[in-house]
Design a protein around this ligand. Sequence first.
Ligand code: COA
Length: 118
Amino acid sequence: MNSINKITRNFLNITKFANNKPIATCKFSIHDNSTFIHNIYVNKEFRNKKIGSTLLQEVEQYSARKNIENISLVAHQVSNDSLIDFYKKNGYYQTNDKINYYDDGETTYDLIKMIKRL
Ligand SMILES: CC(C)(COP(=O)(O)OP(=O)(O)OC[C@H]1O[C@@H](n2cnc3c(N)ncnc32)[C@H](O)[C@@H]1OP(=O)(O)O)[C@@H](O)C(=O)NCCC(=O)NCCS
């Protein structure tokens, strides 16, 4: 089972279910000609079964139908290097925009902007 729900006018959520329980979700929003992916999550026991990639494809298909030109997201590189690979495997590439949102003196959170053109 699968559903796309509009949270507000521009914010959407895709949720996937197994046995009537939510197992994966992706929240995204659309502004002008761009889609921004806010988060994507697959329950641990369901990972590595292409559910995350399928969620991305569904966001892409939905966006393409709306004539959106690109999809972007921000990934946290330091704690989760392989997450960047997950997005790369799905056709997203790293932009040169390296964003340091926070720097508390102890930890710098390196955030990588990634984009896919449709
Ligand atoms: C990232 C996430 C959504 C991927 O979902 P998934 O259904 O497991 O991904 P898929 O099965 O489609 O893709 C798996 C591939 O990506 C890689 N991959 C995916 N997520 C990865 C992760 N967090 N760490 C390492 N590798 C990852 C796997 O190595 C695998 O590669 P392969 O196809 O060559 O074997 C899932 O791991 C997750 O929910 N992680 C925790 C939440 C998170 O970090 N979300 C992103 C920030 S909001």
